[in-house]
Design a protein around this ligand. Structure first.
Ligand code: GN1
Ligand code: MG
Length: 358
């Protein structure tokens, strides 16, 4: 397939179409991603177009990554933090024809997975995300600017849902009635969060905010975690964001796009591996309040994602790309099923957490 990439973007990094091989890669819903293989180098690069309708302030991302990279370089020089490659003009971003681009080094001998097929992968991934927050425990999170304001703010997501509900056409509301009821009924998750959010020992930390499995690089041979990638949403947040999104995306053998809800079940052994991996890094820094919220993290993130998909369906699918009209509604159904599976297994899951907190 011919890849239609603006030559000016390559030029910003000192390349031309003639001296580079280009492949489009990645499965994310938000940014376009390419793999660049310069013919004269052993190294490869990842080039990404930043979706500015989602990331309205790309400079914030560049500043955040620079601040963290500088801190890591002086504090943990052996830690592999994938910071952007500078343009020939020395900038962290290339601005070409009203679009922002950034380039990252490709890490050789690693793979990124789209689906998890064994527990070790869950453990390794969770450990990598935990390690990032642990190493940045002393870094002042307030130095970072939110790259998407209110990104994991459940109160805001609930507000956006109620707004969508008040403006959605009757037909869409009719189609999604059971999910609207689910969303309203589960508002206790938001209320529960609010009862904790002002506690002083529930701090803002540096969180990754997109902990799906494809955002971790694993060693090709040993399958050990090497580093985390996709750092656009690194910003201050609560620890529940990262662990919760891992529960959302690692526990079920099928993705949020699965429409056969009988398949939406949670795998206890993957839960155990995820919690073990995350806590192996974070146990020593989590506060007593945070430790109470380990299982809640999954509820918070799954509920939020269900709300986001349902909201987008009611808004006429303006945010998440879809393959068919009711896909966001199906995704919301999937997430509500996952949420009820988590609740149905609560006792066993809490036992696993307790074992891993001692
Ligand atoms: C988006 O593009 P991707 O797949 O990395 C979204 C996440 C959602 C996810 C659901 C910036 O992530 O928050 O959890 O879709 N990212 C943004 O698939 O909205
Ligand atoms: Mg992402």
């Amino acid at each position: 397939m011919e890849i239609n990439l603006d030559p000016e973007v390559l030029k910003a990094y000192g390349y031309t179409k003639e001296n580079i091989k280009i492949n489009q890669i990645g499965t994310g819903l938000i940014n376009r991603t390419y793999l660049l293989s310069p013919l004269s180098e052993d190294k490869k690069y990842i080039l990404q177009n930043i979706n500015t309708s989602v990331f309205k302030n790309p400079q914030a991302i560049a500043n955040n990554l620079k601040a963290i990279a500088d801190y890591i370089a002086s504090t943990y020089p052996d830690y592999l933090f994938i910071k952007p490659v500078s343009t020939v003009d020395g900038d962290e971003l290339a601005y070409v024809n009203n679009e922002y681009w950034r380039m990252l080094p490709f890490v050789a001998n690693t793979t990124s997975l789209d689906v998890l097929d064994n527990e070790k992968q869950a453990y390794e991934a969770a450990k990598q995300f935990g390690k990032l927050s642990r190493l940045l425990n002393k870094f002042d999170a307030s130095k970072l600017e939110p790259s998407i304001p209110g990104f994991h703010n459940l109160a805001l997501r609930f507000e956006q849902f109620t707004l969508a509900l008040s403006t959605a056409p009757k037909e869409l509301k009719g189609l999604s009635k059971p999910q609207i009821d689910d969303a309203l009924e589960r508002k206790y998750i938001l209320d529960f969060f609010k009862s904790y959010s002002h506690r002083v020992d529930f701090p803002d930390r540096v969180m990754h905010h997109d902990t799906k499995i494809s955002n971790v690089l694993l060693d090709n041979e040993t399958f050990e975690g090497v580093c985390v990638i996709d750092l656009d949403t690194i910003m201050p947040g609560k620890f529940i964001s990262d662990l919760g999104d891992m529960m959302r995306t690692y526990l079920c053998a099928f993705s949020e796009n699965e429409t056969d809800l009988d398949k939406v079940k949670i795998r206890l052994s993957f839960f155990e591996a995820t919690v073990k991996g995350y806590l192996s890094e974070m146990k020593s820094i989590l506060t007593e309040t945070e430790k109470e919220l380990v299982l809640f993290s999954g509820k918070y993130m799954i509920y939020m994602q269900a709300l986001r998909f349902l909201t987008d369906f009611l808004n006429g699918n303006i945010y998440y790309p879809i393959n068919y009209q009711t896909q966001n509604l199906d995704r919301a159904k999937n997430q509500f099923k996952l949420l009820s599976e988590l609740s149905a297994n609560e006792k066993e899951l809490q036992d696993i957490i307790e074992e891993n907190l001692v």
